[in-house]
Design a protein around this ligand. Structure first.
Ligand code: UDP
Length: 329
């Protein structure tokens, strides 16, 4: 009995694989290594290199392994890139989900945990955002993840494949020992870019807009530690193993930090003077995203261990200090 983690070489995927291995689960990772890193995969996990849209490849994995549960991270996830090339996002993310569910149906695998996103909500109607709030994505990335949730909903009704969709807010941090962490090429996310400035690899960071209706005019986001997300995936899987019904959960800290506040906190953690400037708004960015994650806490028993923003940045900085140029270094 093994758990198949698709996209297990990526940022959240690799931390989840690590956590599952530590909890004595048998883990099989499939990843095309387009954005993931082989070095990030815990060496207790078995690894297959291939693409989720390749059904011959997926069939081989399901044939060779006794897969009982699937955790699905294999998707593109960069908002600005999705605005420029939406078809790339619908092709990889949505078509990938369809081929995965077809193979799960054919092999009678009945449980899937899915890495969804706060971007499914779009510009929120209320803060904090509840799972029952309207979903009107403001970018193709969020739209593709919402479509994937709906495809799972109908696959549950038709084929009995149960799912949990975890809508994460902003993921940050790294495993505490700095052995694995966030390494995207090119990097687009706020905290890793700020840390590149702190490490002297960039001159400054451009903050995208300071004319939003927020405490200091910059966007407000809700940051969750990547190891806390990892434990949420295990809990969601155990929730389905216990026979519960399909459900969508927000995963967030219920706290909001503005981009300027993150910059300040990173200055404190690193002890560096981090130069910044204010640029235009980034298309597709909602002003404020803060989660109501009561359901995950009550129903899944999720208890995030790292809710302090400086601790989250400290762990990201530990990884950065050990891997100055990412996994290649
Ligand atoms: N951001 C920024 N400068 C950057 C990268 C990001 O000001 O170089 C802002 C971005 O506009 C958003 C926040 O940081 O308000 C978080 O963006 P990120 O891309 O890290 O995550 P997202 O919210 O898109 O998932």
């Amino acid at each position: 009995m093994s758990i198949l983690v698709l996209g297990g070489a990526g940022y959240v995927g690799s931390h989840t694989v690590d956590h599952l291995c530590d909890n004595d689960y048998d883990v099989v990772v499939a990843d095309n290594l387009e954005t993931g890193h082989k070095e990030a995969i815990n060496n207790k996990a078995k690894f297959y290199q291939g693409d989720i849209r390749d059904k011959v490849f997926l069939n081989r994995v399901f044939q060779e392994e006794n897969i009982t549960d699937v955790i699905h991270f294999a998707a593109f996830s960069i908002v600005p890139e999705s605005m420029k090339d939406p078809l790339k996002y619908f092709d990889n993310n949505v078509a990938g989900m369809i081929s995965l569910l077809e193979v799960m149906r054919d092999f009678d695998v009945k449980r899937i945990i899915f890495s969804s996103t706060a971007a499914t909500y779009g510009e929120p109607k209320q803060i904090p955002i509840k799972e029952s709030d309207p979903t009107e994505p403001t970018n193709p990335y969020g739209e593709s993840k919402l479509a994937m949730e709906k495809i799972m909903k109908w696959s549950d009704i038709a084929y009995g494949i149960k799912f949990v969709a975890l809508r994460y807010f902003n993921v940050a941090g790294a495993k505490e020992d700095g052995s694995i962490g966030e390494d995207h090429g090119p990097e687009t996310h706020l905290i890793p870019i700020i840390l590149q400035v702190a490490a002297g690899q960039r001159d400054e960071i451009t903050i995208f807009g300071d004319d939003y209706d927020t405490k200091d005019g910059t966007n407000v986001r809700d940051y969750v530690h990547v190891m806390d997300l990892a434990s949420a995936h295990r809990l969601a899987m155990e929730y389905l193993i216990d026979g519960n019904n399909s459900k969508i959960f927000n995963l967030g800290s219920q706290n909001g930090f503005s981009n300027k506040e993150i910059l300040e906190a990173a200055g404190k953690v690193t002890g560096m003077d981090i130069k910044s400037n204010i640029g235009d708004r980034r298309p597709g960015d909602p002003s404020t995203l803060i989660a109501d994650s009561i359901n995950a806490r009550k129903i899944l028993g999720w208890q995030p261990q790292n809710e302090n923003i400086e601790k989250i940045i400290q762990d990201a900085w530990n990884f950065k200090s050990k891997h100055i140029n990412g996994f290649s270094s």
